[in-house]
Design a protein around this ligand. Structure first.
Ligand SMILES: [Ca+2]
Ligand SMILES: [Ca+2]
Ligand SMILES: [Ca+2]
Length: 413
């Protein structure tokens, strides 16, 4: 059945009336059961609000809003800033009448062995040197760090912080220090390079050693020696060959280790100095050749044709295993076949010696020619200077037809 038509003037709608005389409400309100009055919709309770989790929903007449939410003990100062509530100032604290700071750092181990900093009302933990805050509960072992995304551990390139005193090589989970040539890694810390004292090693330099950072230098006694190209051994300077000797034109020069000596030999009467190879020559030989006056028959009949002066040096030998050849006297005479008794022969003889029985001359052959081997047969203790006079006799048919005399100046070192 048709209802009685009502008009809006007959109703008492609190907010809105539609043509049929029915009451409705503005958005955010709902009609009460009486059908005429409107009441607010509490969106915060019905769950129809759209506030996100950091906000709280605040209901208003006809609407709602979202407000930034602070943790307990804090209050909002503006739309988005939270401020600590000073319970002391507002008298809402729980004990006594005055608030005093508690030193949390004193009372218990708050920071797990790291640095605890007490602050008014709170405390803060700081990491010891070499540590950083592990914001994620995952810990990386020594030598590793969290990746940027915090999901993994990766090797730390320790070399970027230059921990080594010289060279650094990064390795997975660690690093290794290396040293330049001439340095070695300290056993104490494994990062410091220490100079190697090469001079403490035996036989590095033949004479004197000077240690330097990263190296060493060998030096030789001043004068008489030069350093070899190897930088370690000292070589004698042959002053006689180099022409740096101090011998006069009439002296002959004899080279020795670290020095040289000058000898002044004179040719005897009726002998003249042979021109070549006498001075400034390390062979140190003076040859004197017989040179008689025309009518000097005695001189002419003297079988001695050549007198030689020479110098040799010998190391002191404490013991001799057998005859030690110290000089070789060459001749141009072929070894005499046994079946040709009239062929020339050569004999050797010691005429004079400062050291009796210490020397001998042994007749031998080299390449078919007769040679004399001057031998040391007994030890001679130096330093000492000796003269040894050897005669070389050329014999034919039982007679000496020529002889040469060799004067050997022996330096026993
Ligand atoms: Ca590393
Ligand atoms: Ca060194
Ligand atoms: Ca020398």
């Amino acid at each position: 059945p048709p209802e009685t038509t009502k008009s809006c003037k007959d109703t008492n709608c609190s907010q809105l009336c539609v043509r049929a005389g029915e009451c409705t409400c503005h958005e955010g309100f709902q009609l009460r059961r009486d059908g005429v009055t409107c009441e607010d919709v509490n969106e915060c309770q019905t769950g129809s609000h759209n506030c996100s989790s950091e906000y709280v929903c605040v209901n208003t007449e006809g609407s709602f809003y979202c407000r930034f939410s602070c943790r307990p003990g804090f209050t909002l100062t503006d739309e988005v800033t939270c401020k600590d509530i000073d319970e002391c100032e507002f008298g809402i604290h729980n004990y006594g009448t005055r608030c005093e700071d508690v030193d949390e750092c004193q009372t218990s181990e708050k920071c797990g062995g790291h640095v605890c900093v007490n602050l008014e009302g709170l405390f803060r933990c700081e990491c010891r040197t070499g540590f950083m805050f592990n914001t994620i509960s995952k810990l990386c072992s020594t030598g590793f760090k969290l990746t940027r995304d915090g999901r993994d551990c990766e090797d730390i390139d320790e070399c970027e912080d230059k921990p080594c005193s010289q060279e650094c090589t990064n390795v997975y989970g660690s690093y290794q220090c290396y040293c330049h040539h001439g340095y070695q890694l300290s056993d104490n810390d494994g990062i410091t390079c220490e100079d190697i004292n090469e001079c403490a090693l035996p036989g590095v330099c033949s004479h004197n050693c000077i240690n330097t950072p990263g190296g060493f230098n060998c030096t030789c006694p001043p004068g008489g020696y030069t350093l070899s190209p190897d930088g370690r051994t000292c070589q004698d300077v042959d002053e006689c060959a180099a022409g740096t000797h101090t011998c006069s034109a009439s002296e002959i020069c004899f080279n020795l280790q670290g020095e040289h000596r000058c000898f002044n030999f004179e040719c005897p009467t009726n002998f003249r100095r042979a021109t070549s190879g006498s001075t400034g020559n390390s062979s140190a030989v003076l040859r004197c050749v017989k040179s008689c006056h025309l009518l000097d028959l005695e001189c002419s009949h003297n079988p001695t044709h050549i007198i030689t002066f020479t110098v040799i040096s010998l190391q002191t030998l404490q013991h001799l295993k057998g005859p030690e050849v110290i000089a070789l006297l060459r001749t141009a005479t072929a070894v005499k076949p046994a079946n040709l008794p009239d062929k020339p022969d050569v004999n050797f003889e010691i005429l004079d010696s400062d050291e009796q029985n210490s020397f001998d001359v042994i007749k031998d052959s080299r390449d078919g020619l007769i040679v004399g081997l001057i031998c040391q047969v007994k030890p001679i203790l130096g330093p000492k200077e000796l003269m040894l006079k050897v005669v070389i006799k050329y014999v034919q048919l039982g007679a000496v037809y020529q002889q040469n005399i060799m004067n050997i100046h022996i330096l026993v070192l």
